[in-house]
Design a protein around this ligand. Structure first.
Ligand code: ZN
Length: 438
């Protein structure tokens, strides 16, 4: 489907890493200038439409929250030395913390401190959305160095005020108005795999789809939105479009070397479910797996809520929550790699290629096997080094092309990689042995 130069994936891996490096320092949350800054950088690559939804807007069972912006934060000792400094890591502040500037004892400060005793050098990532509280995340080693005789000053210079929720959307129109939704979350601060890897992957896909736009069967809608509340806001504002949603994929944690893992949509019968399952089964990656839907995770939870029940799955490398670096400062730029991002991109593009091209053909000569030699088909495949496999694929495609079986159905039933089935279908169509049903 996507004809790509040989070095495409190596180059794309490098670009995804470069974008992650650019976005990494930004302090993002579910609202605020960090998300805007992030989307502005993405917009330098793809023509995103930036949507701003005012605080207080009712969205499904929720409401768009106050906007959170932070300028500075620290815990300082009585000498004025910053023992915890937001400028060194934006993970140091609990996301959505209420502003504070107060002196207190360690006992008073302690309920507001979060550490990871098992990983004393890592800073945890915590958020406090929808709760009027504040807190700091720090290394357990630093926590241990604080003394009970000391008075500390806790400062969070932040605002939590009516503003907007910001998301980015890009629509790439295809030949039909049936849509494929691709979605990544944009609300995590300096975390690389959980957040930035997905953004980078969607940017690459957007550029590729735009280059192949004249050939696209589906219309693609790419969504860069804060987790949960962003997807809920988008769904609330786009309910009229949902009956056109033919397939969808949420991507997150796609830059590490684990998995890959595909989590099926709630309904489990979407073309994307079948396509991703097929791609992973034929990927040659031993640790590849497919799991049934469960109602926790990323924004597939919203797309697959019972009132929508969209065929939207989740693609990951390591499963969220299952790798030790998850939601810690160790999910940094060293945790992801260009080669892993490239593999993730390849797998997702293969699945989208199937979604784009799989259809049910009709064998125009279904009584007895048609004579292939007379139509030059043996010559067409004879020179190729997998000619025996191609010949078998031809027989499968001819036999099952009764208008009921899609090319993907045939690949699955025959246990043949889709790419081969599609290649011979093109040959058979050219030889007028296959036609697309009216
Ligand atoms: Zn997360």
């Amino acid at each position: 489907m996507f004809r790509l130069p040989e070095d495409y994936f190596a180059q794309a891996g490098g670009r995804m890493m470069a974008l992650a490096r650019d976005l990494y320092p930004i302090c993002r949350s579910i609202t605020g200038n960090g998300v805007r800054e992030t989307l502005d950088i993405v917009k330098q690559r793809i023509p995103l439409e930036i949507v701003e939804v005012p605080t207080g807007t009712p969205v499904l069972d929720w409401e768009v929250p106050n906007e959170w912006n932070i300028r500075d934060a620290h815990i300082s000792n009585s000498k004025g030395e910053r023992v915890v400094d937001f400028n060194k890591s934006n993970l140091h502040v609990v996301g959505y913390s209420a502003p504070i500037d107060a002196e207190m004892t360690l006992d008073e400060l302690s309920p507001h401190l979060h550490t990871l005793p098992d990983h004393p050098d890592w800073i945890p990532y915590r958020t406090g959305y929808f709760s009027d509280t504040w807190g700091f995340c720090l290394r357990e080693n630093v926590r241990q160095s604080l003394s009970s005789g000391e008075r500390y000053r806790a400062v969070i210079d932040a605002t939590l005020q009516p503003g907007h929720l910001t998301y980015g959307e890009l629509v790439i129109g295809g030949q039909t108005d049936q849509e494929v939704l691709l979605s990544a979350h944009t609300c995590h601060p300096s975390l690389a795999n959980d957040n930035l890897s997905g953004i980078g992957l969607l940017v690459e896909i957007a550029e590729l789809l735009a280059r192949h736009q004249e050939k696209l069967r589906y219309t693609y809608r790419l969504l860069f939105a804060p987790g949960t509340i962003g997807a809920i806001t988008w769904l609330a504002q786009n309910e009229d479009k949902l009956d056109r949603m033919a397939s969808g994929l949420v991507v997150s944690c796609v830059g590490d070397g684990g998995g890959p893992l595909y989590k099926r949509s709630r309904r489990g019968d979407g073309l994307i479910d079948q396509a991703m399952g097929h791609v992973l089964a034929h990927s040659g990656i031993e640790s590849a797996s497919v799991k049934d839907f469960w109602p926790y995770g990323y924004d597939e939870r919203q797309y697959c809520s019972p009132g929508f029940n969209l065929p939207v799955g989740l693609f990951q490398r390591s499963q969220y929550g299952e790798f030790p670096q998850y939601h810690t400062s160790a999910d940094d730029l060293d945790f992801i790699a260009a080669e892993h991002l490239a593999v993730s991109l390849d797998l997702v593009l293969q699945a989208l290629g199937i979604v784009e091209t799989s259809c049910a053909f009709l064998n125009t000569s279904p009584k007895g096997e048609p004579q292939l030699g007379r139509r030059g088909l043996y010559n067409a495949i004879g020179g190729q080094n997998d000619s025996a496999e191609l010949q078998l694929a031809i027989l499968w495609v001819l036999n099952l092309s009764d208008g009921e079986h899609s090319l993907l159905d045939i690949a699955e039933r025959a246990g043949i990689p889709y790419e081969r089935v599609q290649r011979v279908a093109t040959l058979l169509e050219d030889a007028e042995l296959l036609e697309r049903p009216g």
